[in-house]
Design a protein around this ligand. Sequence first.
Ligand code: NDP
Ligand code: ZN
Length: 176
Amino acid sequence: MSHDHSGAILAAAAFAAEKHRNQRRKDADASPYINHPIALANVLANEGGVSDQTVLCAALLHDTIEDTETTAQELQARFGPQVTGVVLEVTDDKSLEKHVRKQLQIEHAPHISNEAKLVKLADKICNVRDILASPPADWSAERKQEYLNWAARVVAGLRGIHPGLEAVFDGLVKGA
Ligand code: NDP
Ligand code: ZN
């Protein structure tokens, strides 16, 4: 490795852990929320071979604005404009209805930056893995299938940036 990015990456992990400290995932065990952003960064680095600091920091921070009180200004001050920009690109507008947000993810995917595409692809890989291994307890088989179908439509718009991670996603859906 030509640069040591561990300081910035660990600062992002620590910041996300603090912001998500009171949140849990929707699985039956109500796992700590921070497991999910860490899983994204882990998939990118260790399954995707991604070493880009902006991408790894944005992966760790990707749900902070959407799911906590974190503001873009706060991210900007601590992590700079590039990381903040990528996080904003993968942040849903929560003033919109859920079905609209889901449709917009499909429509926006082809138009976001390559850095944001990598974060979004890792997010879909991790969420589909969760749906298959530790889904929300009250989700029917039909509801899980619906989620897989939607995730595949988002990923269709992300293709061409990382064939290896795209194949990881395809393997999950195929094996489902
Ligand atoms: P979501 O699609 O929002 O739930 C999935 C999201 O929850 C993921 O994208 C992930 O987001 C987060 N998440 C947290 N824990 C887990 C986990 N263990 N496994 C997977 N994902 C997890 O579901 P909603 O309940 O908000 O409903 C959204 C849509 O579902 C609606 O548009 C509706 O049409 C449909 N629906 C279908 C029903 C059915 O029975 N078929 C019933 C009700 C709704 P993140 O990465 O951001 O944390
Ligand atoms: Zn996420």
